[in-house]
Design a protein around this ligand. Sequence first.
Ligand code: ADP
Length: 188
Amino acid sequence: MYNLILFGPPGAGKGTQAIKIAQRYSWKHISTGDILRSEVSQGTALGLQVKAVMEGGHLVSDELLIEIINSVFLKNVDAAGFVFDGFPRTLNQAHELDKLLVSLNHSVNQVLSLEVDEGELVKRLLNRAQEQGRVDDTEEVIKNRLVQYHTHTKPLQQYYMDKGLYTEVYGVGGIDDIFESLCKAIKQ
Ligand code: ADP
């Protein structure tokens, strides 16, 4: 089982690329953002719990995220691999993911980080706000999501660098060109 984490700030293109990678390698794509948004739109108990947090651009609690990952992972233990998109987002989540994988004799195999400068990120997120109407894509909330990223998520770079798992890929340009750069970096 190959476990790939697609890493990067909001708007880096993780979702778009994760879908393409999952298709090419026949891996299972896990997007915690998509899972949470679907809970919100279905109005489940979990969705009601996380709606305001997400709309404010804050992070949902580690406990909830870990519960979600455990359940998705355990439903797909036969998968050839996973592409994690939007998870882990905190050091605590990274530690819990390691524990989960180790308990099943697996591990994180690789972390690919999409490198996009902040000006381009804000531009893309504002564009997406117009096109998809995501309620967390307003200027104020975008700023907050970037702050959350720098505070809680960026430290994961060092964590995975120390493990020798971390590679950066330039994330500006055509979707297919970026995809090919990612595939070249995948050691599988
Ligand atoms: P983005 O496009 O900003 O990377 P996502 O679609 O991955 O956003 O996630 C949207 C929102 O869902 C986040 O702003 C956060 O509130 C919540 N969320 C998703 N994944 C996580 C996570 N691993 N930990 C905490 N909150 C998360």
